[in-house]
Design a protein around this ligand. Structure first.
Ligand code: XBP
Ligand code: MG
Length: 244
């Protein structure tokens, strides 16, 4: 079956949003709430095992502040912290602090020219996706993506396949007609669980993970001729080989 759509993860795949965007945004929300919690780069790397911001805060409490979980209203407190975190993240994105990773804009442009359909499958909040596309890709770029599956649209977040299944259903395509881009083990498991051929581009948080079932694992898509940028022709060839 020929390739008809590309489905992109966002965090860690389109941009290094985890280290430079979400992490400082969580810390800003904690400070605003008068909490002395601070997630440094190493701790954040461990917390990334759990996807979803509200889920990650809860996981941190289970780990380091267990007693708080028994307090009345803790769910509301987590939700409020997460809302403040989203506002801090949106400000960071609007400041232009989160450039896209090498090759992302180039490959998306190539795919659009070729008439491929584009979609997003992410665990992050929908507002964050729209802001990143607008500020770091191009004004109006959110409209280039026919389907944006984000955040709480499905209850089970990655590594569950649900968000990819949701996106495939909205696209009206079988998995065999699509290819996913991911950066993490959790993301790969979600995409593979939905039956998708998956290209992994690693980052500092994920480069030591194992990527069983990935079609290919690369440090980046690349823009620099010396590093042989991944072209749409190459993507089509990987997709075809995976279907054979
Ligand atoms: C991304 C996530 C998200 C972000 C934070 O995972 O797990 O939770 O870290 O975003 P993936 P929110 O790249 O696999 O989709 O705070 O908006 O949830
Ligand atoms: Mg990711």
């Amino acid at each position: 079956m020929p390739l008809q759509a590309l489905i992109f993860d966002v965090d860690g795949t389109l941009a290094d949003t985890e280290r430079d965007g979400h992490r400082p945004a969580f810390n800003a929300a904690f400070r605003q709430a008068g909490l002395d919690w601070h997630w440094d780069e190493m701790l954040y790397g461990e917390l990334l095992a759990v996807t979803g911001g509200k889920e990650r805060i809860r996981h941190y409490l289970e780990r380091d502040h267990r007693a708080l979980l028994d307090q009345p209203g803790i769910d509301t407190r987590i939700a409020a912290l997460h809302q403040a975190k989203t506002q801090a993240y949106l400000s960071l994105v609007a400041s232009g602090a989160l450039p896209l990773r090498p090759g992302v804009a180039r490959l998306i442009a190539e795919a659009r020219t070729a008439g491929l359909r584009l979609a997003i499958a992410t665990t992050t909040t929908a507002e964050n996706v729209a802001a990143l596309l607008e500020h770091s890709l191009a004004p109006g770029a959110a409209s280039w993506f026919e389907v944006i599956g984000a955040g709480d649209v499905v209850p089970a977040k990655k590594p569950a396949p649900d968000i990819y299944q949701w996106v495939l259903a909205k696209l009206g395509l079988p998995a065999a007609a699509c290819l996913a881009f991911e950066d993490s083990d959790n993301g790969l498991r979600a995409a593979r669980g939905a039956g998708l051929t998956t290209v992994v581009t690693t980052n500092a948080y994920t480069c030591r993970q194992t990527f069983h079932g990935a079609c290919v694992v690369l440090p980046e898509l690349g823009d620099d001729a010396a590093t042989q940028p991944v072209t749409l022709k190459q993507i089509r060839a990987w997709h075809a080989a995976a279907q054979a």
